[in-house]
Design a protein around this ligand. Structure first.
Ligand SMILES: Cc1cc2nc3c(=O)[nH]c(=O)nc-3n(C[C@H](O)[C@H](O)[C@H](O)COP(=O)(O)OP(=O)(O)OC[C@H]3O[C@@H](n4cnc5c(N)ncnc54)[C@H](O)[C@@H]3O)c2cc1C
Length: 464
């Protein structure tokens, strides 16, 4: 049966071009394809080729793309720097891919008010660098710091290593400008550290994954670089659950670390292969820690705690070059684990007191299903990144799906979440009712239909 179409694609594209005044509309298949399918995670079964890829450079462009979408009833996928790990920014068949990556100006960096106003495409690391030049810093530090944008960070409520002390992106956003599907631009929040007026719509858009509006400007909190000597170090434990119990006590000790990162034995093996080290020979579980403003007592308190948990190979350094090397080891973790194998990295978070039970359970799932699971992550905030792997070039065996189901159910049973920081995207929408409950799931849909009644914005993602 022939499909009836009111417009052909050329008519739609002509109109789109007429609506984008400063940006660029790409329609050549190579470019559109490259931005429709993420090299990281996408799957031809869940992502589709967009009709056009638009690099917006102004709010007017964003409004023009949305006008086109409304006129022709087309889905719009907003994309920033396309590092989503949950199929959150991939193309949808026939959609308009709206990129904010080229809206990348730091509009204001204000030391007196400790804030910056930026366009969404500014890279996290560029903002942090600019802030540091003035004695300030931008706290959220996802592993994708040098490759992801502030717009994407806000839209996913990105976390990172320093979340343990400084919170995730949501704790560091003061205000937003957002364009709704109907073209209205909302100015939300403001420039004050305290705000108690109106519903907190700023936070509604944080983590909304491009489903409620397009973020065109972000006002972020900057913090002064703390005084004191930064300390970093490592300690090895007899198992991940002993490490998890030690982390629980470190959190309660009053030291306020800025980083408490864990590697299990499999992860240490991968790092050894990648970096030519030999950690796995002597360590079953390793903790890398950092205190950015250590008091004179902090090191003593930490060492005493490590002794109590029978930690070995304890090493603490205040030397910047040694600290840089340790940081590099942490950055190397993902490429080391991913190298040469198919993988899916998960992102559960549990209350701190349940971390030991969670990591122990994951190890048992790996054994029972005969899968190699690498568990690492931001132990300090109970965020477990378990990576399930299978041989390159092969379809994921059923055991991988089974392992994910078991881990997710356990995280929820322990009062946790199946997404600590990477968000929902397309990968986890089926879990909405289980994690949130039917009523909250329904309220989410009601909010969505209020703000985006035509369901144009990133449909099938986050809540659908
Ligand atoms: C190596 C690696 C390490 C990572 N480490 C971490 C980590 O430690 N912590 C963490 O939280 N994440 C991490 N991630 C995941 C990813 O980097 C984050 O989710 C990041 O915030 C996405 O930013 P982006 O600019 O790439 O956005 P994109 O991937 O382009 O988009 C992500 C989502 O945001 C929406 N979006 C993008 N821009 C806008 C906008 N202007 N308005 C409205 N919606 C928008 C998109 O529609 C999509 O749903 C990692 C990814 C990689 C590849």
């Amino acid at each position: 049966m022939a499909a009836f179409t009111a417009y052909d694609n050329e008519e739609i594209l002509d109109y789109l071009r007429s609506q984008v005044s400063t940006g660029v509309v790409h329609t050549d298949e190579k470019t559109v394809r490259a931005h429709s399918f993420s090299p990281l995670e996408s799957d031809p079964r869940t992502s589709g080729l967009a009709l056009a890829y638009v690099e917006a450079t102004s709010t007017l462009d964003v409004q023009g793309v949305l006008r086109t979408a409304r006129k022709f009833h087309l889905p719009v996928v907003t994309q920033d720097h396309f590092t989503s790990t949950v199929i959150g920014a991939d193309g949808i068949e026939g959609s308009l891919l709206l990129s904010t990556a080229k809206m990348n100006k730091i509009l204001e960096l204000n030391k007196e008010d400790s804030l910056a106003v930026v366009e969404p495409g500014v890279l996290n690391s560029d903002l942090d660098k600019a802030a540091r030049a003035q004695g300030l810093f931008f706290a959220p530090d996802p592993g994708s710091k040098t490759t992801s944008g502030i717009g994407g960070n806000v839209a996913t409520n990105a976390g990172g290593m320093s979340t343990v002390k400084y919170g995730s992106t949501k704790e560091n956003v003061l205000g937003l400008k957002v364009v709704l599907a109907d073209g209205r631009e909302l100015k939300l929040g403001g420039r004050t550290l305290k705000q108690a007026f109106g519903y907190d719509l700023t936070q509604l858009f944080v983590g909304s994954e491009g489903t409620l509006g397009v973020i065109t400007e972000v006002t972020v909190k900057l913090l002064p670089i703390p005084l004191g000597t930064p300390l970093m170090g490592v300690a090895s434990f007899s198992s991940m659950d002993v490490l998890a119990k030690a982390v629980e006590e470190i959190r309660g000790s009053g030291i306020y670390p800025t980083m408490l990162e864990a590697f299990d034995h499999n992860t240490l093996g991968a790092l050894d292969r990648y970096r030519g080290t030999h950690y796995a020979q002597t360590s079953d579980a390793m903790l890398i820690f950092k205190i950015d403003a250590a008091t004179p007592e902090a090191e003593g308190v930490l060492r005493a705690l490590f002794t109590r948990f029978k930690a070995t190979d304890v090493w603490v350094t205040s030397k910047p070059d040694e600290q840089a090397n340790l940081m590099q080891m942490r950055w190397d973790m993902l490429p080391a684990v991913f190298k040469g194998q198919n993988h899916i990295m998960e992102d559960m978070a549990v209350p701190l007191s349940k971390l030991a039970e969670m990591v122990d359970y994951i190890a048992r799932v790996g054994e029972q299903l005969d899968l190699r699971i690498y568990t690492a992550g931001h132990a300090g905030d109970g965020n477990v990144h378990s990576t399930v792997t299978w041989p390159k070039g092969e379809e994921a065996p059923a055991a991988v799906t089974q392992a994910l189901r078991l881990m997710f159910r356990k995280a929820l049973e322990l009062g946790g979440t199946i997404s600590g920081e990477h968000s929902v995207g397309m990968l986890k929408t089926q879990w909405n009712n289980e994690e949130l409950g039917d009523d909250v799931d329904m309220v989410q849909h009601q909010i969505k239909s209020l703000l985006d009644p035509m369901n144009l914005l990133n449909p099938k993602r986050k809540i659908n």
